[in-house]
Design a protein around this ligand. Structure first.
Ligand SMILES: [Zn+2]
Length: 263
């Protein structure tokens, strides 16, 4: 592995141009030990891209393998024509490999929020962070809106860095990243811990326990990889509103695809 790690996963990367501050170097994937995060059962950590993979990227992915067997890589690529507006079920946006966005789609909030976040998402994470602080935890935004072009760079570099199956477990193809919608955010703690290391933090546990109270869900749950096509990402939060989120709170491990009848 060359140099410091970058945080990529299915979602987590920033390019220069993004409003989020550059991170400090961070520990990468650790050894295969039992994590303290809720339900954590990390196995082996796949390789993490080097800084050269995305020259201006920041963050580390530190993807952690899950027990779920990777699907055939071909099935992990977009299967539908890119949509010019986000696909939605019952008013809830669903973006994944089956419902990708067109390269022309830009989040309506890309220019109005420092991280390109939907206002409801911004309000939710603001409240989440404030209450986390009361509980003794500092949380902050690591990555918000990402353009199609940014995701394309990330994905292309991932394919160059990893084997096809691994790359597709941890990196969303362009158009298939929720970050393009402005409805998703990656969070980290005060020390900018991310990826594999973040999964073991008490902050990660606190987020997992409380996110739904703010209308947020952990979009890629640990046991959901076979459905979401993305490995467990406890740092990736998606705004769905409190009413919907409450249903996720009642059904731990539920994926958005299942909830919307799209699994
Ligand atoms: Zn993400």
């Amino acid at each position: 592995m060359r140099g410091k790690l970058i945080w990529v996963a299915g979602c987590a990367i920033l390019l220069s141009g993004c409003a989020v501050a550059a991170p400090a170097p961070n520990a990468g994937p650790g050894p295969a030990t039992t994590a303290s995060a809720p339900g954590a059962a990390p196995a082996t950590a796949p390789p993490v891209p080097s800084p050269t993979a995305v020259a201006t990227a920041v963050g580390t992915s530190a993807p952690v393998a899950t027990p779920a067997a990777p699907a055939a890589s071909a099935s992990r690529r977009p299967t539908a024509a890119p949509a010019k507006t986000p696909y939605a079920v019952r008013g809830i946006v669903l973006v994944n490999r089956q419902h990708p966005l067109a390269s022309s789609y830009v989040s309506p909030w890309a220019g109005s929020d420092p991280d390109g976040l939907n206002p409801d998402l911004r309000a939710a994470v603001t409240a989440l962070f404030a209450d986390a602080r009361k509980a003794g935890y500092t949380l902050k935004v690591r990555s918000g809106y990402r353009s199609y072009a940014q995701q394309k760079t990330i994905y292309t570099n991932a394919l160059a860095e990893y084997d096809d199956v691994t790359a597709n477990r941890f990196f969303a193809p362009p158009g298939a990243s929720e970050h393009q919608t402005g409805l998703a955010v990656d969070v980290t703690n005060a020390q900018d811990v991310r990826g594999y290391a973040f999964k073991k933090l008490p902050e990660a546990r606190w987020v997992a326990e409380h996110a739904t109270e703010y209308g947020l869900i952990v979009r890629y749950p640990e046991a959901g990889e076979a459905i979401t096509g993305i490995a467990w990402e406890p740092w990736h939060l998606r705004y769905v509103g409190k009413e919907v989120a409450a249903e996720f709170a009642a059904r731990p491990g539920l994926t958005l695809e299942e909830y919307l009848g799209e699994a």
